[in-house]
Design a protein around this ligand. Structure first.
Ligand code: NOJ
Length: 683
């Protein structure tokens, strides 16, 4: 479906009753993306189009409604509007990430601000601000300070996305008991119900789209509901009361985002979500350290040891000392210790009120081990499993973070294990309330934790929490999170382990939101001794390549120290690979099938490559023209051998070293669920 630009500018709808507004559109700096605003019978609508080189515009989002239903009998803010003001501005700035997948990020957009006012007796005001980027569009609502609107409740956000076709979509369903921990599904848009974001799509014209949100602060998580006829509608996770957001003017909503790219890789190297977040609020960031870590973790998932007390207790002083020694020997700055505190005996996942966050178990010398770690040049990584008992945790968290700060801990992994709608609190009337993990109640909680952690110079690695919306730009101590099915499902997941396609879907779905603590690097792929029904469904080389493909500023070397001792050659690349990058590029990718990612180290001239496959094997050809011209590199290659295959020969593995320049091309065969990891060390 192609339209001419001029037609679009007077209303993508071409709706008979639309009111063409002067100057109601805005193009991206490169002229490719177009946003049009219009009032149709007083109802605000927007459209998004994509302009090709010949000046033809394809609609991406056809005219779609904007507005709100309000609570407490207030009339909806969904019509009777006139435009008071339209303002255009532009912005172009390059900012530096404290850490990340790219050091310097250009934030370049054209803005269209539309100030609306009702033509009713007690008119209220609402603005819609669009930022049009070369890689997509973000828009948000702003409620200015005003006479006729103070405190209010949002019952429903009416934002729609009327898509131009029944695109192929990759998604996980919302409102499920296991939060975000589901495998991504592929289906036509018409087959989806209500889904989480990021929601990824491919159009029939091979345009790639990702729907998400940026800067989710004091609001409710947006899910997207398919309301029929290729139309999506914002669906905010409600409080138990039925209200979705309690708020007051002046306020701004999170940004609703649509990233647009001609390639699947372009979605990954789009920094629109970060650009729409506020700049860094932490003045001294010297204590925020991207790093790799090891820890007392995988052994519990294997059931080799336990979180709780008894013969198999993992977090003993002795075992912790062993991990600290291992970390010090191999250069890992943090040692995670789970099961260090009382509360794990019995059904800890049923109710987190059992946890104590300031006292160690009797057989764990917390103070002594914190000091032993520091004496050996490493630090303990703290652990706060709340089991979703948030009120209980909030009562202790000030003391808990203060304790860790005093002990030299710089990063805490937190956890919110618990079913969908089980966050319990009591309202002023003493009535029990149960909230979703992702409603406004929890958005507020997570924000409070990030700010408190920052006061104690502590970075966070949040499991089972909220999806990322780019807040790491504003709070760079919010380093990474899980919020998806990670490595642990390989140990005990009901299907015997994550399917091969999982890791070739994550970069185009979950990872578009932000860093993921997947915990790669399990080199003992079978662990029959502990969990004979499960295994890692990948080759050894793929486990190594994940460090480059999946981005996280805190990456775990998840396997047991004794297993790394068996694979010391392969372990070398896990030790070498950085977690803080100067640049990231995607050489080649197909959603759910394969991906090749290259990243340049932020602290050296080295490049790294990670390439992985899903269900099918693949012959790959890597053109090395991303390397600096004129320079020579030693390519340390960790790759699948000729017969490598996750099922038949996962250990068919080759390590080789060759000299290369940017003029070279490397050809390899990657097996089913296989991989290649390469360090290009500049000579
Ligand atoms: C689930 C987390 O994802 C996992 O990493 C952790 O070990 C357990 N909860 C216990 O906190």
């Amino acid at each position: 479906m192609k339209l001419i630009l001029a037609t679009l500018i007077i209303g993508l709808a071409a709706t008979a009753c639309s009111t063409p507004e002067p100057d109601n559109h805005r193009l991206s700096p490169d002229g490719q993306n177009l946003v049009v605003f219009e009032l149709i019978d007083g109802v605000p609508h927007y459209s998004i189009g994509r302009n090709d080189e010949s000046g033809q515009v394809s609609p991406v989002v056809l005219p779609s409604k904007l507005g709100f239903e309000l609570g407490e009998g207030l009339p909806a803010l969904d019509g009777n509007f006139s435009i008071e003001n339209i303002t255009k501005s532009s912005f172009d700035e390059t900012w530096t990430q404290v850490w990340g997948e790219k050091q310097n990020i250009r934030n370049n957009y054209n803005e269209l601000r539309v100030d609306l006012v009702e033509f009713t007796q007690d008119p209220r005001r609402l603005s819609v601000v669009f930022r049009v980027y070369d890689d997509g569009v973000g828009f948000r609502y702003e409620f200015p300070e005003q006479e006729n609107l103070g405190e209010f409740q949002i019952i429903d956000e009416l934002t729609e996305f009327q898509l131009a076709g029944d695109h192929t979509a990759w998604w996980i369903g919302a409102y499920q008991w296991n939060r975000f921990e589901y495998y991504f599904q592929e289906s036509p848009l018409s087959a989806i119900d209500t889904v989480h974001t990021p929601l990824t799509m491919r159009t029939n014209d091979d345009l790639y789209l990702s729907f998400h949100e940026a800067a989710l602060v004091d609001y409710s998580t947006m899910t997207l509901e398919h309301t029929g006829n290729n139309k999506l509608k914002a669906n905010l996770m409600p409080w138990q009361s039925g209200v979705t957001v309690y708020t007051a003017a002046p306020m701004v909503t999170p940004w609703r985002t649509l990233q647009i790219s001609d390639t699947p890789g372009g979605l990954i190297t789009s920094y629109l979500i970060l650009n729409l977040n506020e700049p860094n609020k932490i003045e001294d960031t010297s204590w925020i350290e991207p790093a790799k870590y090891v820890g007392i973790w995988w052994e519990m998932h294997l059931d080799k040891s336990t979180w709780g007390s008894g013969d198999k207790h993992g977090a003993t002083t002795e075992n912790t000392r062993r991990y600290i020694d291992f970390a010090a020997e191999h250069g890992f700055p943090h040692v995670l210790v789970e099961g260090w505190n009382p509360g794990w005996d019995g059904e800890w996942y049923a109710d987190g009120v059992v946890f104590d966050f300031t006292e160690p178990m009797p057989n764990f010398d917390l103070e002594g081990m914190a000091q032993y770690a520091l004496d050996n040049g490493v630090r303990l990584m703290g652990h706060h499993e709340t089991s979703a008992s948030v009120v209980h945790y909030e009562a202790q968290m000030h003391d808990a973070f203060a304790l860790y700060e005093r002990l030299g801990v710089r990063a805490v992994k937190s956890g919110y294990v618990g079913h969908g709608r089980e966050i319990q609190w009591f309202n002023d009337a003493g009535e029990e309330q149960r909230e979703w993990h992702h409603g406004q109640y929890m958005v507020r909680h997570h924000q409070a934790v990030v700010e408190l952690a920052a006061q104690h110079k502590i970075s966070l690695n949040v499991h089972e929490g909220l999806k990322d919306t780019g807040l790491r730009r504003t709070w760079p101590n919010l380093m990474t999170r899980e919020v998806a099915k990670g490595q642990e499902y390989n140990a005990w997941g009901s299907a015997g382990g994550n399917p091969p396609s999982h890791t070739v879907l994550l970069p185009f779905t979950r990872n578009l939101a932000g860093p993921f603590d997947y915990t790669p690097g399990v080199l003992d792929l079978y662990f029959d001794e502990y969990r004979p029904d499960n295994r890692i469904k990948s080759t050894l080389a793929k486990e190594l390549a994940l460090y480059v493909v999946i981005y996280s500023p805190l990456h775990m070397a998840a396997d047991l120290p004794e297993n790394y001792a068996r694979y010391l050659d392969a372990f070398q690349v896990i030790k070498d690979v950085p977690v803080d990058w100067y640049d990231t590029r995607i050489l080649d990718a197909s959603i759910g099938e394969y991906i090749t990612t290259v990243r340049k180290d932020r602290n050296s001239d080295d490049w790294y490559l990670g390439s992985i496959t899903g269900d099918d094997s693949r012959d790959v050809s890597f053109e090395l023209d991303f390397l600096d011209r004129g320079a020579t590199y030693t390519a340390q290659i960790y790759r699948d051998g000729p017969n490598a295959d996750w099922e038949e020969a996962p250990y068919d593995f080759v390590i080789e070293e060759i000299e290369v320049t940017s003029a070279d091309v490397l050809d390899f065969r990657i097996g089913r669920s296989g991989g290649v990891a390469i360090r290009f060390a500049r000579q």
